[in-house]
Design a binder for this molecule. Structure first.
Ligand SMILES: N[C@@H](CCC(=O)N[C@@H](CS)C(=O)NCC(=O)O)C(=O)O
Length: 231
């Protein structure tokens, strides 16, 4: 059975949703990133970059065990393993991979930096907040344009490109985004949000979701010296 080493964050939810959509049996191994589980030797052995998510599939290609980190690589692997949610047509397939990379290189990192400077940085730096807010808006505009031309990011088919992007667009008010300004993003988001597998994926590990402000211990784990210790 596939092991999903994960936590209830946008990058973790991508994998939970894909596993649910693809109906692949899996077991979740919680990696509490606020408590420093990502630095434990058993996790570093799977992901030297100490970030969730990661997977271990004892039944990988050729029947041999495979371990993978980086959510984009994981979603491509899972879709190919199940033979679904990645278009077969070569043109649509590359379009799917293009939008998947757009999430990995753009939406995730930029929204993440906005969240950091707006909510977690010890001092409010207007330049940083404004820069990442502008990037968040710009990326919504790019998605809006694409989704005004196609039903899904890859084209006619719902795919891993949609699954990988969706968790980062949840809770738009946290990024000062009003979906009414992006009607096609809204239409697309609501269609994904209503899928039963997406609901199940979003519920995984949520009992561990922190409420209220970040603790000093978690702040140190996520943003302090521990992150930057040579390993
Ligand atoms: N590019 C990576 C990003 C993974 C990532 O940033 N994960 C965050 C949670 S959403 C994490 O594990 N943070 C722990 C830390 O910063 O120590 C991916 O897509 O898998």
């Amino acid at each position: 059975m596939i092991e999903a080493w994960s936590w209830p964050t946008p990058n973790g939810h991508k994998v939970h949703i894909a596993l649910e959509e693809l109906d692949l049996p899996y077991k979740v191994i919680p990696v509490n990133i606020s408590a420093g589980d990502q630095f434990k030797p058993e996790f570093l052995a799977i992901n030297p970059n100490h970030r969730i998510p990661a997977i271990v599939d004892p039944d990988g290609p050729g029947g041999k065990k495979i371990t993978l980190f980086e959510s984009g690589a994981i979603l491509i692997y899972l879709a190919e393993k199940a033979g679904r949610l990645i278009p077969r047509d070569p043109h649509a397939r590359y379009t799917c991979l293009q939008w998947l990379m757009f999430q990995m290189g753009g939406v995730g990192p930029m929204f993440g930096q906005y969240g950091h400077f707006a909510n977690y940085a010890p001092e409010k730096i207007p330049y940083a907040i404004e820069r990442y807010q502008n990037e968040v808006i710009r990326l919504h505009r790019v998605l809006e344009k694409r989704l005004s031309q196609a039903e899904w990011l890859a084209g006619d088919e719902y795919s891993i490109a949609d699954i990988i992007t969706y968790p980062w667009l949840r809770n738009p008010h946290r990024r000062n985004i009003d979906f009414n300004d992006f009607p096609n993003v809204k239409r697309w988001f609501e269609a994904i949000d209503a899928r039963p597998a997406v609901r199940r994926g979003c519920a995984v590990l949520t009992e561990n979701q922190g409420q209220g402000p970040i603790t000093n211990a978690a702040r140190e784990m996520l943003f302090g010296k521990t992150q930057f210790t040579a390993r």
